[in-house]
Design a protein around this ligand. Structure first.
Ligand SMILES: *Cc1c(COP(=O)(O)O)cnc(C)c1O
Length: 495
């Protein structure tokens, strides 16, 4: 059965999977959503016998129906290879009463690699299938991790250029170093004087500028997106939830059909939405526990039904979740509005003009599978410290937000359902915050002294991604005002 993708803001705009991947964003700022979500057509028992790549094929073949088997297998096998430092791709580690799904074993040591290592293959295959001759310009806003993962994926890919905007003062030192040392003639990294929301808004504006699109086309270019608004990001993220469930069955923790809960440290709402889609495909998930940091706009939303971005933007030690406009929530809003593009567009107009909207009681009633929680900075640090001391397991700050919220959830509800916590980054990516949580005295050390100390405490070898930047030269030093994003894009493309 062919899956058609439709805009959340205009019921008449449809696309095939490959067209939606190429386009990134629908017209008028809408997002592409699948009209129907097919059920998995293999048994859980069969999945338990498959490896990551085989499970990826089972999921992707149902969602990306205009790709051939050969095309999908080429994309999957090119993505999930030796770039990952473990053959299982996403290990499931049982510690401190939960199952941590480690999604950070790819080349840039954050979960963004799970999707961004395959997106370049999906995108170039889509371009070929649709006879696209323009060069594709990947325009990306990043809160720190998407940027590097997208750069690594697209560097030197023929027929593409990639431009990344990051908040100059809003990412970790290691995140920044990873991005500004990126090689590749087709890469361009720009710091902006603003926060992630400013970067994302600027990028979305360029996407919806039809005059700009026509001008680009004249010059032989077209934009696409590597952000999680692209369904080519979301669909590969469904895979690891299916994989995690099948490992729990394989290792005897649960029986096929038993329900699990998932906890996801959330920013742009992409990762947790992928878990929701996994349930729609038939995976037995009871609760989606949405974990926020001090930027707890989603916690407030699930509690009250009002989404309100009119608040102070707080810089935290989990910078990849410092977000007040969670783009992918729109896909859920569209769904609970009864797949009503007009109703959704109305709410999104309110969000952009007033910064706030409220859903109806009828819509709110459809959200009871979701539980929103948040962790303060102190609580997050205490969790890192506590689990290091109890289990010798050192987690990054984002994962610690999730672990904290999970604890709160269990204390509040007594729900002991087996649980998978999405572990979204290596502690090596946020070394300073992680080591400070273990002992404040570490703050006096340099970043790379801390790396070696983390290695000593955890016994986990230093990832290649960190070794690579120890002595790498800075290759990108452009900084611009948030108003000047279009100007620097034009300069880079020489148009
Ligand atoms: C991007 C990111 C998140 C948030 O994921 P969303 O899909 O935006 O909700 C959480 N943790 C880390 C480490 C990330 O890089």
């Amino acid at each position: 059965m062919e899956v058609i993708y439709r805009s959340t803001r205009n019921a008449n705009e449809t696309a095939t999977a490959s067209q939606a991947i190429l386009k990134g964003l629908a017209n008028e700022g809408g997002l592409f959503v699948p009209d129907t979500i097919p059920s998995l057509d293999v048994s859980i028992e069969a999945l338990a016998d498959m490896n990551y790549q085989e499970i990826a094929y089972e999921v992707l073949k149902l969602m990306l129906t205009d790709f051939s088997e050969e095309e999908l297998k080429y994309c999957i096998n090119s993505a999930y290879d030796k770039k990952f430092d473990t053959p299982v791709i996403a290990p499931l580690v049982n510690k401190a009463g939960a199952n941590y799904l480690e999604l950070f074993h790819g080349s840039t040591i954050a979960f963004k690699d799970m999707a961004l290592s395959i997106l370049p293959y999906l995108l170039t295959t889509s371009a070929k299938k649709n006879g696209v001759e323009n060069e594709i310009v990947i325009l990306t806003a990043t809160s720190g991790d998407t940027g590097k993962a997208a750069l690594a994926g697209f560097a030197d890919v023929p027929g593409t250029k990639i431009i990344v905007f990051y908040p100059k003062n809003g990412v970790s030192p290691i995140q920044e170093k990873q991005m500004v040392t990126q090689k590749g003639d087709n890469t361009f990294v720009v710091g902006i004087t603003g926060n992630f929301d400013d970067a994302q808004t600027g990028v979305k504006k360029m996407f919806s500028d039809t005059e700009l699109a026509a001008y680009m086309n004249e010059k032989g270019y077209q934009f696409s997106s590597a952000n999680s608004i692209n369904i080519g990001r979301l669909v590969p993220q469904i895979v690891y939830y299916v994989y995690a469930y099948s490992r729990l069955v394989a290792n005897g923790s649960i029986k096929a059909g038993d329900k699990i809960n998932v906890v996801v440290p959330t920013g742009n709402f992409g990762n947790i939405l992928a878990a929701y889609y996994a349930k729609e495909m038939g995976l037995p998930i009871a609760k989606f526990i949405c974990a926020s940091n001090d930027n707890k706009v989603l916690y407030d939303f699930f509690k009250t039904g009002t989404y309100d971005r009119n608040r102070e933007f707080i810089l935290t030690t989990s910078p990849s979740m410092d977000i007040l406009i969670s783009s992918n929530l729109e896909r859920l809003i569209y769904k609970i509005a009864g797949n009503d593009a007009q109703k959704n567009a109305e709410l999104m107009r309110k969000l952009s003009s007033e910064g706030v909207y409220t859903i109806t009681d009828e819509m709110k009633a459809k959200l009871d599978e979701f539980y929103g929680g948040y962790a303060t900075e102190d609580e997050t640090a205490q969790t890192i410290n506590r689990i290091y001391n109890s289990d010798g397991y050192i987690m990054d700050t984002h994962t610690a937000v999730a672990a904290t919220v999970y604890d709160k959830y269990v204390n509040e509800t007594g729900d002991k359902t087996p649980t998978v916590i999405a572990s979204t980054a290596s502690p090596y990516k946020f070394t300073r915050s992680v080591m400070n949580a273990i002992d404040k005295a570490y703050d006096a050390k340099t970043d790379f002294e801390l790396v070696d100390e983390l290695n000593r405490l955890s016994g986990v070898s230093v990832p290649q991604a960190i070794e690579d930047i120890r002595s790498a030269a800075v290759l990108h030093d452009t900084v611009c005002d948030k108003e000047d994003m279009l100007k620097v894009v034009k300069e880079f493309l020489k148009i």
